[in-house]
Design a protein around this ligand. Structure first.
Ligand SMILES: NC(=O)c1ccc[n+]([C@@H]2O[C@H](COP(=O)([O-])OP(=O)(O)OC[C@H]3O[C@@H](n4cnc5c(N)ncnc54)[C@H](OP(=O)(O)O)[C@@H]3O)[C@@H](O)[C@H]2O)c1
Length: 278
């Protein structure tokens, strides 16, 4: 039997996960309950067959897997509210909240519920997220399996250490914005060399997909593929080197480091002690 899921916090990510799961065909919308305080904003999902519930505790009681997707500042109140409804031996809690450690969540719950963290990105809605997962000793095989069952249909999953979750935020969750900006920049170049904007976006996005697929399906290093398209004194190498002279690789690296450092700072300010050493 499918595990029923309660998504506490039907915002950008919570609703994208719900829609992604339904679109994957691995879970029907009637097995998913979504909550938020401004409940009328979920009317669209209700029409799509999801269960919409203003009461977090009722949503938790209806489910086995509880996915918490609220903002960090909203987390403590939510944990306090749902704790009485969580049953040891029944529920598994998965948090997507970037700044909250498993220890802090467990402390907020005051119960022995298996707790895992998930760091997906917004491409869950199209089944192409890179989702990093972690759990402590409370999360056994069954709980890890429940988390994988939710996120595997939404893209790729990888279990990492909790210390790696903060850098994973920069590389994967923020990373989607970095790659979108790279595609937009390529399209802007495309317009300048003669394409209409919508054609330029399509050409750039599909070219980016091709590059990613070469790496993911060919299991190759980027530089090996680049060597294949850069003929001596050729067109590609001249463009590539011009980009590097202007800091292409350097700005991507520095952007990821800056995001990771900011995420680590916020994590520390939230009162967490691990996850900052990277
Ligand atoms: N967006 C991403 O790509 C992404 C990726 C990885 C991780 N995350 C993390 O996931 C979390 C959610 O991100 P988001 O972008 O989806 O934020 P968001 O759009 O602001 O969604 C948060 C939702 O939580 C709801 N909420 C707040 N208090 C609540 C309560 N007491 N009970 C039920 N619902 C409540 C809010 O709706 P109401 O105000 O109507 O209650 C809102 O819809 C954040 O912690 C973020 O760091 C996000």
């Amino acid at each position: 039997m499918e595990d029923r899921i309660a998504i506490i916090g039907g915002g950008n990510l919570g609703t994208a996960i719900a829609r992604g799961l339904a679109a994957s065909g691995k879970m029907s919308p009637d097995k998913i309950t979504i909550t938020r305080r401004s409940i009328h904003l979920l009317d669209g999902l209700k029409k799509e067959g999801f269960n919409i519930e203003p009461d977090n505790t009722l949503a938790v009681r209806s489910a086995r897997v509880v996915l918490v997707a609220v903002r960090p500042r909203q987390l403590d109140a939510v944990l306090e509210e749902i704790s009485p409804a969580l049953v040891e031996g029944k529920h598994v809690l998965i948090s997507t909240v970037s700044n909250a450690s498993i220890a802090a969540i467990r402390h907020g719950l005051g119960k022995k519920i298996p707790v895992l963290r998930a760091m997906p990105n917004i491409a869950v809605s199209v089944g192409e997220s890179m989702t990093c997962l972690c759990g402590d000793e409370s999360a056994g095989q069954e709980a890890r399996g429940a988390a994988t069952k939710i996120f595997a249909p939404l893209g790729e999953t990888l279990f990492i250490t909790e210390e790696q979750m903060t850098p994973a935020t920069a590389l994967c969750a923020c990373g989607i914005a970095f790659f979108l900006r790279a595609i937009r920049a390529a399209a802007q170049g495309g317009v300048e060399v003669g394409f209409h904007a919508e054609d330029a976006i399509q050409l750039a996005a599909q070219t980016a997909r091709g590059a990613a697929t070469l790496l993911l399906e060919g299991n190759a290093h980027p530089e090996m593929q680049i060597d294949k398209v850069t003929t001596p004194m050729g067109v590609t190498i001249s463009g590539l080197n011009e980009m590097e002279h202007h800091g292409f690789s350097s700005s991507m690296i520095r952007g990821i480091i800056t995001s990771a450092e900011k995420a680590a700072k916020l994590y520390r300010e939230q009162g967490n002690s691990n996850g900052e050493e990277h």
